[in-house]
Write a protein that binds this ligand. Structure first.
Ligand code: HEM
Length: 472
C-alpha cells in the first residue's frame, strides 16, 4: 500500500505482495524460536520470505529488513534519513533521569556527541599503552586463570575487560564493581531496551542493589572529575573529553547526563568484548590446526621487547580467529530502529513510525558470501579471499551513523588480549567433543558456564618496554 509521501505508481513498489508474516506458534508467535537462536531465526525467515518480513516476538509485531541489502541500506543517505534509534533508548534514558545518551540520539546532536567522544573511544586512546593492556592481562592471568583448574571464560574476560577499559578510558579500574555493572546491564538492557523481559523485574533486590552501586560509581567518578576540572587537570581520555564538553556546552552535555556517559564505556564494551573473545577462545581450541598457528603468532609477538599498533594488526591467524568469532557469534544479531518516514525497501513500503529490526548478521551465515558458513575458518579474511569485503556481507560492528564508535579500540584490545592469553597459557576445552552453548540475552554470546581447562603456564609474564608514542 502506498502512502501520502510515496505515490501508488512508484515503480520501486512491488504491488503484488504485502509484507509476509513469518509462520509461528499460536499466541507466542516467533518468540521461542527467536529467543533460542536469533541469528538462525532471522536467516530462516530471510531464506523463506526474502529481505522484508514481519515477525511476532515478545508480544509485538515488528518488521524485519535483512540480508546484505539491509546492511547496505543503512549506510546510504536514504537509510540515514529513514531510520532513527531514539525510541529504543528512551526508557533507559528516563530511568537514569538523563536527557540523552549517545545511542539514543539521532541527527545533529548525535553527530556532535560522536565528535566529542570519538577520540576517547578509538584506538588513539590506547596509543602508548599496549604494554599496559598486556600487564593488565598478566594480572588477570595470575588472579583468575592460574589459580583455577577450570576457568569460567566469559566471567574471567569480563573482569579483565573492565580493568582495561577502566584504565584506558577513565584512568582507574573499578574491579569491585564488575558484578554490579554486569547485573545492571543485564536487567536494564533486557527490560528497557530490547524489552524481552517485563519491567517489574527492576523491583528485584538483586537489581536494586547493583543499580545503587553503579549509581554510586557514577557519583564517585563525577566527584573525582569535578575536582580535577577545578584544578585544571582534566586528563586526556574519554572522561576528560566528556567533562570538557559539559563545561563548554552544558545544554548538550547536561549535568544529569554525566553519570550515564561516564559509565557508558562499560555498557558498550564489557559484554561485547568479553563475549567475542570467549567465542574466539572456543573457536581456537575447537578447530584442528588453529591453536598451533595462534600460539606461534603470539610467541613471535611477545618475543619482542616493544609491541606496537602495527604489530598487533599484523596477526593474520589471531585477527582471523577474532573475525570468525564476530561472524559466527555476532553480539548484535540485528539493530533496532524506527522508521522516521515512509520509505521503500525491496519492493515494500515501510510506513513511518514502524519498529524495525535490521538483520545485518544474516549474510554472516550465507554460503553465497562465506562458503561452508558453519566452519570456523580463520583464513577467510586474507586476500585474495577477503570474503568479508563483499558488499553488505560482514557487519559485526553495525552500519550507518550508529556503527560502533569503539571498533578500532575493541580490535586492538581483543588482539592484544587473545594473543597474550594463548602466549602465556596452555588451555583446553573440557573435552574434545565439547560443543559451545550460547545465551541470547542481553548480548548474544557463549553461555556463562563455558569453562576451559588450564593445563599449565606456557611462558612467564615478561614485562614489555613501553612503546614510543607516535606523533599524529
Ligand atoms: C567485539 C567488540 C564490539 C562489538 C562487536 C561492538 C558492536 C557494536 C555494534 C553492532 C554497535 C551498533 C549498535 C546499533 O547500531 O544499534 C555498537 C555501537 C557502539 N559501540 Fe560497540 N562493539 C564492540 C565493542 C565496543 C567497545 C570496546 C566500545 C567502547 C568502549 C564500544 C563502543 C560503542 C559505542 C559508544 C557505540 C554507540 C555508537 C552510536 O550510537 O553512535 N563498542 N557496537
Amino acid at each position: 500500500m502506498a502512502t501520502a509521501a510515496i505515490k501508488d505508481d512508484d515503480p520501486r513498489i512491488d504491488a503484488k505482495r504485502d509484507i509476509p508474516e513469518v509462520s509461528g506458534i499460536p499466541l507466542v508467535g516467533n518468540t521461542l524460536e527467536m529467543s533460542r537462536d536469533p541469528a538462525a531465526f532471522f536467516l530462516r525467515a530471510y531464506r523463506e520470505y526474502g529481505p522484508v518480513y514481519r515477525v511476532n516476538v515478545f508480544g509485538r509485531r515488528t518488521i524485519v529488513i535483512a540480508g546484505p541489502e539491509a546492511g547496505m541500506f543503512m549506510t546510504t543517505r536514504e537509510g540515514r534519513d529513514s531510520l532513527r534509534s531514539k525510541e529504543f533508548w528512551g526508557d533507559f534514558v528516563n530511568f537514569h533521569g538523563a536527557s540523552k545518551t549517545l545511542t539514543g540520539e539521532d541527527g545533529e546532536n548525535h553527530e556532535k556527541m560522536r565528535r566529542i567522544m570519538r577520540h576517547g573511544f578509538s584506538k588513539a586512546a590506547v596509543a602508548g599503552q599496549y604494554h599496559r593492556l598486556v600487564e593488565i592481562t598478566d594480572e588477570a592471568i595470575a588472579r583468575d586463570w592460574l589459580s583455577r583448574a577450570q576457568v569460567p571464560v566469559v566471567e574471567a574476560y569480563q573482569y579483565l575487560i573492565v580493568q582495561q577499559l577502566g584504565e584506558i578510558m577513565t584512568g582507574s579500574a573499578p574491579l569491585e564493581y564488575v558484578r554490579d555493572i554486569r547485573i545492571n546491564i543485564l536487567y536494564l538492557l533486557n527490560t528497557l531496551v530490547t524489552k524481552t523481559r517485563p519491567k517489574f523485574m527492576l523491583h528485584r533486590s538483586e537489581f536494586r542493589k547493583a543499580n545503587a552501586r553503579v549509581n554510586e560509581l557514577g557519583r564517585e567518578m563525577i566527584k573525582d572529575f569535578r575536582s580535577r576540572a577545578a584544578a585544571g587537570a582534566l586528563p586526556n581520555n574519554l572522561l576528560g573529553d566528556v567533562m570538557r564538553a559539559h563545561e563548554s556546552d552544558p545544554e548538550l552535555i547536561q549535568a544529569r547526563d554525566l553519570a550515564l556517559l561516564l559509565t557508558g564505556p562499560y555498557v558498550a564494551g564489557l559484554d561485547t568484548v568479553a563475549n567475542t573473545i570467549a567465542a574466539a577462545t572456543y573457536g581456537i581450541l575447537k578447530t584442528p590446526g588453529v591453536l598451533e598457528r595462534v600460539q606461534q603468532e603470539a610467541d613471535t609477538l611477545y618475543g619482542r621487547d616493544v609491541v606496537t599498533e602495527h604489530d598487533v594488526h599484523n596477526l593474520p591467524a589471531i585477527n582471523g580467529a577474532i573475525m570468525e568469532a564476530m561472524r559466527l557469534w555476532p553480539i548484535a544479531v540485528a539493530q533496532m530502529r524506527t522508521a522516521t518516514r515512509d520509505f521503500i525497501f525491496a519492493g515494500h513500503v515501510i510506513p513511518e513510525g514502524e519498529t524495525i529490526y535490521i538483520g545485518t548478521s544474516v549474510p554472516h551465515f550465507m554460503h553465497e558470501f562465506f562458503p561452508d558458513p558453519e566452519q570456523f575458518n580463520i583464513d577467510r579474511y586474507q586476500r585474495p579471499r577477503a570474503e568479508h569485503l563483499q558488499k553488505g556481507a560482514y557487519s559485526p560492528f553495525g552500519r550507518g551513523p550508529h556503527s560502533c564508535l569503539g571498533q578500532s579500540l575493541a580490535e586492538v584490545q581483543m588482539a592484544t588480549t587473545i594473543s597474550r592469553i594463548f602466549h602465556r597459557l596452555e588451555l583446553a576445552l573440557p573435552s574434545p567433543d565439547y560443543v559451545l552453548k550460547t545465551k541470547s540475552a542481553p548480548t548474544p554470546g557463549p553461555s556463562m558456564d563455558f569453562k576451559v581447562k588450564v593445563l599449565g603456564e606456557r611462558r612467564p609474564a615478561r614485562k614489555l618496554t613501553p612503546e614510543p608514542r607516535e606523533e599524529k
